[in-house]
Design a binder for this molecule. Structure first.
Ligand code: GLN
Length: 474
């Protein structure tokens, strides 16, 4: 509508800002809202349209960006005190692509500190609440992005996914969340937590919005020279799913899984059959290795990546009266990092230390390699794998905080895709007890577009629970 001059970008931005004003008090999805910048940008778009220039495929569309992705001129806190006051000096590649497509960056969304967590409660700036039930978590770590899309503040948001951080909040807040293939979306400008595993991902409330956002941020014709791990793949549409083979991953069902989540997963599988797909149960006996391997690898990488926060180069300054560098370093990190970040830096340093390196880190590396091989061999037979996104519905605020292991268990079904580098999509397929239930669909490496195709076919059949009426924040 903006491209055709039927709506002004300014009015779209005003509408988003007034929705933000109406719901932020209860949801707290944003850490920063850039009103002036967004309105200024909207006026530029409107001018381009008036002058007959092409404003781009996302002209005037407000987009929220997780606060661990650099947006030039905006604060970049990663949800941490240690980066308070730090302003990003450049745009991440994904942000640059959004701007070139005419999108308007509305602001930065809340997250677990440095993206470590599954509830957004580890943010140093207070938790985000689930718009469906304000006493519950929105999932994490991209909980602000999920809640912002679900409560209608913005139609599109960016997140990051190291072990489920896009899919978990998408599932708990009833929106789509895509974790792309490793390398297909540039990580330049994403603050590193576990760089061999994580990706920038997309959240949207409809499959069409998701595909559009993804087509803008992905590397379609060349890799990003600023991210040496990036690859590219041309877009590929599968058309229909007639005759496609789906594997239903049995290790993700059964004991410990909410019965409503389990029955929704079976209903999803039936739906794939109705649409002409072939579905059979498939077993991955090594799946139990995934969560321990994931946590060992990410703690090891985090302990190294977070060493740069020394009170000298970024954010919170080291105390001037410290007697030596060690004291300055310890003081600023002691004050600046929250409990989960400290836990991971300590676990990572421990497992990398001499005598433990072989027993922990190297075994995790071997487990990851094995899991990737097993997944690739499953994909020689199946085009898709189906599982729940999370084993449970959105827990209450505080429910998982006292026991870090129970928080880690929320990622049981999502980490597999990260360890094997494959794409995975959480689809807002069902509702149970008034809460959204996400189903996860996984595909072979670089076949991300197969996932968005299945989502749009399903949505066309009216078989998706779109986040229209959100219970508590009408
Ligand atoms: N919950 C997982 C963790 O804490 C995933 C986080 C993420 O994907 N960034 O590591």
């Amino acid at each position: 509508m903006v491209r055709e001059g039927k709506w002004s970008a300014r009015s779209v931005v005003m509408e988003a800002l007034s929705r933000i004003d109406a719901v932020e008090g209860s949801v707290h999805a944003f850490l920063h809202v850039d009103r002036e910048g967004a309105l200024r940008r909207a006026e530029e778009i409107d001018r381009a349209v008036a002058e007959g220039r092409d404003p781009g495929p996302l002209a005037g569309v407000p987009v929220a960006v997780k606060d661990n992705i650099s947006v030039e001129g905006m604060p970049l806190t990663c949800g941490s005190r240690i980066l308070e006051g730090y302003v990003a000096p450049y745009d991440a590649t994904v942000v640059r692509r959004l701007r070139e497509a005419g999108a308007i960056i509305i602001g930065k969304t809340n997250l677990d500190e440095f993206a470590m967590g599954s509830s957004t409660e580890y943010s140093a700036y207070g938790p985000t609440r689930n718009p469906w039930d304000l006493s519950r978590i929105p999932g994490g770590s991209s909980g602000g992005s999920g809640a912002a899309v679900a409560s209608g503040e913005v139609p599109l948001a960016l997140g990051s996914d190291t072990g489920g951080s896009v899919r978990c909040p998408a599932s708990f807040t009833g929106v789509y969340g895509l974790k792309p293939s490793y390398g297909l979306v540039s990580r330049y400008g994403l603050v590193e937590f576990s760089n061999s595993i994580e990706v920038v991902g997309a959240l949207a409330s409809t499959s069409r919005d998701l595909s559009l956002l993804f087509s803008v941020i992905r590397n379609s014709s060349s890799p990003d020279p600023l991210d040496q791990t990036s690859v590219f793949a041309p877009l590929q549409d599968i058309g229909g799913i007639e005759g496609m083979e789906f594997g239903l991953l049995i290790q993700t069902l059964g004991k410990g899984v909410d019965p409503e989540v389990e029955s929704a997963t079976y209903r999803f599988a039936d739906e794939m059959k109705d649409m002409g797909g072939k579905v059979e149960e498939v077993s991955l006996p090594e799946m139990g290795l995934a969560l321990p391997a994931y946590y060992l690898l990410v703690c090891a990488e985090a302990s190294s990546n977070l060493a740069r926060y020394d009170g000298i180069r970024y954010g919170m300054p080291a105390p001037l009266d410290a007697r030596n560098w060690n004291e300055a370093f310890s003081t600023v990190r002691g004050k600046g990092f929250g409990p989960e970040v400290k836990r991971r830096v300590m676990m990572g340093s421990f497992e990398l230390s001499s005598g433990y390196y072989d027993a922990y880190y190297l075994r995790a590396v071997a487990a990851r390699k094995l899991l990737r091989e097993k997944m690739l061999s499953l994909f020689r037979k199946y085009q898709f794998l189906i599982s729940p996104t999370n084993p449970v519905l959105a827990p209450a605020l505080g429910e998982k905080l006292s026991d870090p292991l129970s928080m880690y268990l929320l990622d049981l079904d999502t980490v597999l895709a990260n360890l094997s580098g494959i794409p995975a999509l959480s689809i807002p397929f069902a509702r149970a007890r008034g809460l959204p239930v996400g189903i996860q669909l996984m595909a072979p490496p670089l076949r991300d577009d197969w996932l968005t195709s299945v989502a749009s076919l399903l949505e066309l059949r009216g078989k998706v629970e779109l986040a229209g009426e959100v219970a508590e924040v009408a």
